[in-house]
Design a protein around this ligand. Sequence first.
Ligand SMILES: O=P(O)(O)OC[C@H]1O[C@H](O)[C@H](O)[C@@H](O)[C@@H]1O
Length: 288
Amino acid sequence: MTTPFILRDVVGEDAATSLRVSDYAAHILSWTPASQHTSALWTPNTMAFGEGVALRGGIPVILPWFASGYSVPRRENLSYAPKHGLGRVNFWEYDAQSSHSHLRYTYAGSHEDFGTFHADYEILPSSDELTARLTLHNDNDHPVTFEMALHTYFRVGDVRSIEVYGLQGASYIDAAHGWAEYVQDSTTLTFPEETDRIYLSTADTSILDPVLSRRIHIHPDGTTNTVIWNPGEAGDSFPDMAPGDWRHFVCIEASACKDGAVSIPAGGNHSIAQTIRVADLTPEHSAL
Ligand SMILES: O=P(O)(O)OC[C@H]1O[C@H](O)[C@H](O)[C@@H](O)[C@@H]1O
C-alpha cells in the first residue's frame, strides 16, 4: 500500500493567515501572512508528488547531509544520494496533537555512516511571523557529525531586481566559482548571474523586493552558516521548473553544512531555526 500524500491547509485565528504543509518531507509549501496577498515562499506552478522525489520550492528540510555530503576532517565533498539527504524524500509523522499555531512532525532515520537518528520539526505560524525549528537527535552511542538546513525558497518579483542585506563583511565560499573564499565588501548582495554561496555568517538577512514592494526579514537561530542560491539562466534547463521560474525565487538557507557541520554527542541533539517576517515597503521602510 502506498502512503497518501496529505497536504494540510491551516488557516490562522485571524482568518487571514494561511499555511500549507505536506506530510511528505514535512515540507512547508506556502505561508501567506495576514498583511500579504501572496505567499512569502515560492513553489513551481506544477508539483509532482512521488515517493523518493525531492520537492522543489517552499522549505525543504535537509538532513543528515547537505548536497552530496561532506567530510569535515578531509574538507571534501562526498557522493551520498539522494541530494540533500533523507528527510526531504520521506514521509514524516504528523503529531495529531498539533494546533493551527504549532504543528509538529517527527522522522526517524538510519544510514550506514550516520547510524540511527531522529528529528523533530516544529512549525509555528502567526499572523505576521513564521518560525520553523528542526531538532536533530543523535541516537547512537558515539558522537556523529551531521549537516542540516532549512533550504527556504523565498518568492520574489524578479531576482535580478532584489537586494539582500545583512552580509557585509562576511566571508563566503563561492560554489559557483571554484569554491574560492571571498569577503563581501558591499552592503548588498545582488543576483546578476548564478549565485551559490556558503556565508560563514549567522546574522539576520533581509530581502528588499521592489517588484512585490516588500521586505522579507530572516532570522536564523542555531545555525553555523547561511547558504544563498539562485541558478540564474541555468534554471531554464531544470526539468521541474518552467522557463523563467528562476527569476521568481531566491534561496536563503538556515544551515549547518560543510565545515559548519555539527558534531552531536551520543544521545544529544542540535536545533536550527529560521523565523520569517514580511513587511510592505513604505518610504519609512526603505532603509534597512
Ligand atoms: O535543487 P535543490 O535540491 O533544491 O537544490 C538547489 C541548490 O541547493 C543548495 O543551495 C546548493 O548550494 C546548490 O548547489 C544547489 O544546487
